[in-house]
Design a binder for this molecule. Sequence first.
Ligand SMILES: C[S@@+](CC[C@H](N)C(=O)[O-])C[C@H]1O[C@@H](n2cnc3c(N)ncnc32)[C@H](O)[C@@H]1O
Length: 331
Amino acid sequence: MTDLSPDLPRDPRHDPVLREEVIAALAIAPGERHVDATFGAGGYTRAMLAAGAEVIACDRDPDAIAEGQALVQQAGGKLALIHGRFGEIDRLLAERGIDAVDGITFDIGVSSMQLDRDERGFSFQKDGPLDMRMAQDGESAADWLNRADEAEIADVLFHYGDERQSRRVARAIIAARPLTRTAELASVIRKALRHPPGAPKDPSTKSFQAIRIHINSELDELVAGLNAAERVLRPGGRLAVVSFHSTEDRIVKNFLRERSGGDAAGSRHRPAPTSQARAATFETPARKVRPGKEEEARNPRARSATLRSAVRTAAPAHSAQDKSGKEAMSC
Ligand SMILES: C[S@@+](CC[C@H](N)C(=O)[O-])C[C@H]1O[C@@H](n2cnc3c(N)ncnc32)[C@H](O)[C@@H]1O
């Protein structure tokens, strides 16, 4: 198992953001069973194995699962890789006869492997098909951009990308249709926002992020994943979530606040949630953790990362008592 040591040379594919902080929050005792809900290139999984955990890792991207098989071999029976969405992780675990785990970790967003491959169509810096599908099925970014109306596109850019000029960009996209390549889309956005060539910050970043979040229903998945985590964590089990976007972080923060009883009183503008009368399912969450200066300098992607973590109580899962996990949360 030497290959699983956290002291390996720093390969960005195996050097996930906030790795040490996540492992500290998980407080892994040897022999515990942990879920890595977003396997990617296996950076967290390696660190969990090195800490002595048995790991069940999941990813919706079939490439991540195929490329993880080498690690499965190395791990000598301590790692199982599952292809699927973390929003249904409790069902995926139940199919393997597992109904409770000691920890679950989410590293939300796109992997460097997905970003680096032109043919996946995630990056505005590379020319590839306008795809952006993590699971490699369903509607692609090109399919959606070529059929949606201006208001729908503008709403996605505004809400998921914080693009203040969303209407202007949406109008330019409609005028340039059909779009099939990432380079075409990036160029349309830059022109719409009058981006001077060579200027440091590329204005297509925000729209690419927004379209990716929409195509992969990432916010709905996050809510479903948090609810599923509540159902599968044993009392005392640990939840760790790393996110890269303010909307995602707000979802995690509100979920933990609500489930730890911190929002029980509601406010003048928002009535008390229906979970008010229910026992807290998470103990007071830890303060949010941000990367240090050294990590930010080493890995620019770390600059927007936030880790939130909490410990499961013994109270019954709110989401198991409601009709669906989504209804169980007001965020
Ligand atoms: C930021 S990367 C994770 C990187 C990983 N922590 C590592 O150390 O290499 C996110 C991964 O989660 C996967 N993913 C995103 N949403 C998912 C979902 N709803 N269900 C399962 N996997 C998902 C993506 O396909 C991607 O591989």
